[in-house]
Design a protein around this ligand. Structure first.
Ligand code: NDP
Length: 433
C-alpha cells in the first residue's frame, strides 16, 4: 500500500489474489525464494502520457493516457483500453493485474496489460471522438506491436474507437499490422464472435456452474447490470440457452421487463441510437423503469453484473440471496465488492469471478490474433465453438484446482491459483528478470 499510494482498486485486486495463494506457496516455497509474488505485483512498464485534442468549439482539451504493461511471461501484453472519466492509474493497474491471471486461464499465449484515458465519450461528436482517438494513438503507437503489446476495447471503446485508432496506427507506421489491435471490424482484420464473446462466454460459464449441480440456464430468470457490449451479448446467449432476462440497467437507471427483454429493441437503442434505458421503456409495453433501489433488488435465479467495478455491494448481495439467487457470474471486472463475494460464498451461491467468467472476450481476441497471423478468417460457427471449448475448459480447470487445493466449489480460489501457477512457473524459468 505504501508503495502504491491512493490506488484503492489496485490494492483490492491484489489483496483478493494474494488471499488465495497461501496453500500455493506452502506447496511451492520456491516461488517465495524467487520473489515471484513481489515481482508479479510490479508492472514491467507503465506509460502515462498527455493526450491533447481540439473540441468542436475550437477549444484545446487535455486528457491523460495510460498503458500499463503488467506481465509478459506468457506472451505479448494483452488487455483493453478504457475511456471513462473515472480512469486513473489505480483503475488501470487493477485491470492490468487481473488481466494477467485471466489471460493465463484461457490457456492461450497472452500476457497481461491494460490502458485507457480519463476522456469521457458521452455527448461527444463523431469528430471529437475521432480526433481524441488519433491523438491517443499518436503517442501509444510507439509502444505497441503484434509481438509486444496488443490492446483491445473496454468501457467506452468499441468498434468505432478501435477503427479510428487502427487507422492512425497504420498511417503513422505505414504497416498494415492487423494483429496490433483486436476488436477490429470484420472487413479489416476483425474476428467473428469477438463482439459477442465476453457476454456469451460469461453465460456459458454460468451454465457450466449450473450443470455441475445438475441444472442449466433453461427456464431460469436472469438480471444483467449495464447494457453495453458485455451485457447485450449476455442477454442474447441467455435467451439462446432458454433462460429469460427480466432486467438490465445503465448509469441512468434500470428496467424491469417481466415478459423477457426484447433483444432487437435493446440493440437498436444501445448500439444504433446510443440511447438510455428510458428509451427502451418508452417503446415496450411490458417494461417499466425501476422505481426504487437498483437492479439487484429484482428477484432472480441468476445475476450477471456486466457494468463496472464495485457495483454489487454486500447489501445488494444479501438482497439477492434473500430473493433466492442461485448463480452469480461476473461479466464486468471486479463488479462485486469483497463483502459481496463473502456473502455469496457463505450462503452457498455459485459465484463465478470475473477472471474466469469473463475471459471469453480476451480469449476471442487471441483467436483474432491467430487469424491475423495466419492471414485467415474463420466462420462464426467454428469461432464460437472454439470460444465455448475455452470457457468449458476454464470452468474445468478452476473447479479441479479448487478441489486439488482442498476448497471444492470455491471458484475464486480456483481461478486465482490456476491463473497464478502458470505465470509463476514461467517467471521462475526466466530467472530474475
Ligand atoms: P460498455 O461501455 O460497452 O458498457 C458499459 C455499460 O455499463 C454501459 O451500459 C454503462 O452505462 C454501464 N455502466 C457503467 N458504469 C456504470 C455505473 N456506475 N452504474 C450503472 N451502469 C454503469 O463496456 P463493456 O460492456 O465493454 O464493459 C463492461 C464491463 O465488462 C467492464 O467492467 C469491462 O472491464 C468488462 N469487460 C469487458 C470486456 C469486453 O470484451 N468488452 C472483456 C472483459 C471484461 P452508461 O452508458 O450509462 O455509462
Amino acid at each position: 500500500v505504501a508503495r502504491n499510494p491512493g490506488e484503492a482498486e489496485f490494492h483490492q485486486a491484489v489483496r483478493e489474489v494474494l488471499e488465495s495463494l497461501g496453500p500455493v506457496v506452502r506447496k511451492h516455497p520456491e516461488y517465495l525464494e524467487a520473489k515471484v509474488i513481489e515481482r508479479i505485483c510490479e508492472p514491467e512498464r507503465q506509460i502515462i502520457f498527455r493526450v491533447p485534442w481540439v473540441d468542436d468549439k475550437g477549444e484545446v482539451q487535455v486528457n491523460r493516457g495510460f498503458r500499463v504493461e503488467f506481465n509478459s511471461a506468457l506472451g505479448p501484453f494483452k488487455g483493453g483500453l478504457r475511456f471513462h472519466p473515472s480512469v486513473y492509474l489505480g483503475i488501470i493497474k487493477f485491470l492490468g493485474f487481473e488481466q494477467i491471471f485471466k489471460n493465463s486461464l484461457t490457456g492461450l499465449p497472452i500476457g497481461g496489460g491494460k490502458g485507457g484515458s480519463d476522456f469521457d465519450p458521452h455527448g461527444r461528436s463523431e469528430g471529437e471522438i475521432m480526433r481524441f482517438c488519433q491523438s491517443f494513438m499518436t503517442e501509444l503507437y510507439r509502444h505497441l506491436g503484434e509481438y509486444t503489446d496488443v490492446p483491445a476495447g473496454d468501457i467506452g471503446v468499441g468498434g468505432r474507437e478501435i477503427g479510428y485508432m487502427f487507422g492512425q496506427y497504420k498511417r503513422i507506421t505505414n504497416r498494415y499490422e492487423s494483429g496490433v489491435l483486436t476488436g477490429k471490424g470484420l472487413t479489416w482484420g476483425g474476428s467473428l464472435v469477438r463482439k459477442e464473446a465476453t457476454g456469451y462466454g460469461t453465460v456459458v460459464f454460468a451454465n457450466e456452474m449450473l450443470k455441475s449441480h445438475g441444472e442449466s440456464m433453461e427456464g431460469k430468470t436472469v438480471t444483467v447490470s449495464g447494457s453495453g457490449n458485455v451485457a447485450i451479448y449476455a442477454v442474447e446467449k441467455v435467451h439462446q440457452l432458454g433462460g429469460k432476462v427480466i432486467g438490465f440497467s445503465d448509469s441512468s437507471g434500470y428496467v424491469v421487463d417481466e415478459a423477457g427483454v426484447d433483444l432487437e429493441l435493446l440493440k437498436q437503442i444501445k448500439e444504433v441510437e446510443r440511447g438510455r434505458v428510458a428509451d427502451y421503456v418508452a417503446r415496450r409495453d411490458s417494461a417499466h423503469l425501476g422505481r426504487d433501489g437498483g437492479i439487484w433488488d429484482v428477484p432472480t435465479d441468476v445475476a450477471l453484473p456486466c457494468a463496472t467495478q464495485n457495483e454489487l455491494h454486500g447489501d445488494h448481495a444479501l438482497t439477492l440471496i434473500k430473493n433466492g439467487v442461485r448463480v452469480v457470474a461476473e461479466g464486468a471486472n471486479m463488479p462485486t465488492t469483497p463483502e459481496g463475494v463473502s456473502a455469496f460464498q457463505e450462503a452457498g451461491v455459485l459465484f463465478g469471478p470475473a477472471k474466469a467468467a469473463n475471459a471469453g472476450g480476451v480469449a476471442t481476441s487471441a483467436l483474432e490474433m491467430q487469424q491475423n497471423a495466419g492471414r485467415d478468417a474463420w466462420d462464426f460457427e467454428y469461432t464460437e465453438q472454439r470460444l465455448t471449448e475455452i470457457m468449458v475448459g476454464i470452468h474445468e480447470t478452476v473447479a479441479e484446482t479448487s478441489e486439488e487445493y482442498g476448497m471444492p466449489g470455491d471458484y475464486v480460489a480456483g481461478a486465482n491459483i490456476a491463473g497464478f501457477v502458470k505465470v509463476a512457473d514461467a517467471m521462475k524459468a526466466f530467472g530474475i528478470v
